[in-house]
Design a protein around this ligand. Sequence first.
Ligand code: ADP
Ligand code: MG
Length: 696
Amino acid sequence: MTEKHPFDDFGINLFSESVMKECLPHPIYTKWKTATRKEDALDRNTADAIAHAMKTWAMEKGCTHFTHWFQPLTGSTAEKHDSFIEPGDHNQPISRFSGKSLIKGEGDASSFPSGGLRATFEARGYTYWDCTSPAFIRDNVLCIPTIFVSYNGETLDKKAPLLKSAEAISKQATRIVNLFKDKDIKRVNAMVGLEQEYFLIDKQQYQKRMDLMHTGRTLFGSMPPKSMDIRGHYFGSIPERVQAFMSDVDKELWKLGIYAKTEHNEVAPCQFEIAPLFIDVNVAIDQNLIIMDVLKKQADRHGFACLLHEKPFQGVNGSGKHNNWSLVTDDGQNLLEPGDRPHENIRFLLFVCAIIEAVDTYPELLRMAASCYGNDYRLGADEAPPAVISICMGDELEIILEKLRKGEHELKNEVETQPYAIANLSYVPKDTSDRNRTSPFAFTGNKFEFRMVGSSRSASTTNIILNTIVADSLSRIADELQNYKYIDDIRKKSLTICRNILQKHHRILFSGDGYSEEWLKEADRRGLPNIAHYIDSIQALIDDKAIAMFERNKVYNELELQARVDILTEEYRKSVKAEVLTLLNISKKEILPALVKEIKFYSDAQNSLGIENAYYQRKIKHLLQLLHDFDEYYHELKEKMENREQHPENRAKAKYLDTVVLPAMDALRTVIDNIEESISREHYPFPTYDDMFMAM
Ligand code: ADP
Ligand code: MG
């Protein structure tokens, strides 16, 4: 018997394009293809034929159910399973899956957040098939990626606006490419590769930490300085247990047709990364959501807990999700690839400048989109990007852009013959791992890498914003260029447009050390926004400028934006509330008794000695002081938390939590961390950071 090749099962659980080609009648396949290009709508017969083929394929693989898999505004995924079973003749069950069931589903939307978009009397929401994302099988269920909209058509999910933003950028980028008359193209796809960081912790240890279980991060505990010194121990080769886990993750992902490619240890102890190959933005987001789920489930099977939180451990590197983004035409040209042909480089510079303009015009939106409450603990900390958005183009390109800004390249006819530096840009080095890792938004050879995104977030919002703001700039640029008829004029005008953009927006360019104090001061001088707290960034969505921009590009209307602000604010409040209540609970039920036990231990020891012992006395005094502080900060936090009810309004309450409750929670944490340091191992009821890291 020949041995099975590791990739033999690749894609067996994916209803991919090649499967469709194989099992659909050719005219049906062609009609589907046309629909994915948005050139025509799917008709009923085509949908019926696809549904039937999908069902047959899925049932052969053991599926009995299907689900419309969607991405509600909670940021995770949701599904409701229906079986294929239907009554046939003589009460014999038959299987059926109609085109209608494939295309549209109806569900009770009331259990998902809608931010007031769905009036209570109209609880219906509809799911519609996203025929550009392939269906897949998980746990014997056929999952059909769908969008989720309200009865009135407002989007209730993270996928519908993403598809709209992809349309917007495709339309505008296509206009520009075709103005250069290279070749007529029909589409430009935003392509995304997401690097996902995560922590693995031994499951038994995890289950002893209610804070990790309930909130995803440790609410107390710290790395003893000594452990930091021996950090080196933690890196190097991947532990065997983890290796076995990763291997199962890969196998499962490959079956789903996901090109899981890179796996390695990350900077922090027990921190790892997985990255699949880049793909069309909507599929990349689907895949990332699947990857997060597979990581969690496989971890559980291997006796681990997978932590996707941005900052599970204070003082230890946090986790991000690097969003690598580029624009690729339907004939395969990456518009962000500098090359050796001058006219292509003018187009390249035009796209780069459009991105510079977009990012500098809407930095608050990007900062908001990448974040969440948990990311507040990561931004600005060791290794992570600060909350200031800037773009790193790399030294070579920055010099060229600077010359362009100053007009030093003298346009004339040199564009064709001897353009200053843009004749050949193929020498611009691609990103290597030791290049600037401190920039939140870095050009890495032929793509931009946005590193601010939190590891637990759906990357959807980030890409919705990125696609839309860049589409908006491209649209303005295309409007300016379309008045020119001759290619030479278009090229010349393009360089002028670039120059104007650079003159206005060069403040966003920064290739130095983004983690340094000086940069923060410099960024302040340049007037770049530094929104330290996520909660303050949410409002950027309903800034007049932002509303107009989203409406212009048909991605969100004002109502939808307002709904998102409400939902994000509420989500923030819920996260903080869960943490505070968890910490208060653990404090009362476990930390206080542990401390009292420790005090009793020393006073018993002191009493049994019968004489005064200076060491015991000092120890008891110190523990009593901790008890006093603990009591004070515990009650302060409890009281402040209760007082939040004095602020009934959503945003005011969130602000109150941010400015009043969180500092109180921090103060209590500091005392608890001191208790952890002072208390004997026997009486401390939780695994410490060291315990958790060493258990791996
Ligand atoms: P690193 O950032 O660690 O150096 P890589 O450069 O290998 O890693 O790529 C990280 C991610 O970027 C991967 O998911 C990869 O597929 C993706 N990527 C590579 N090229 C592009 C591109 N042109 N557009 C979008 N993503 C890309
Ligand atoms: Mg990277």
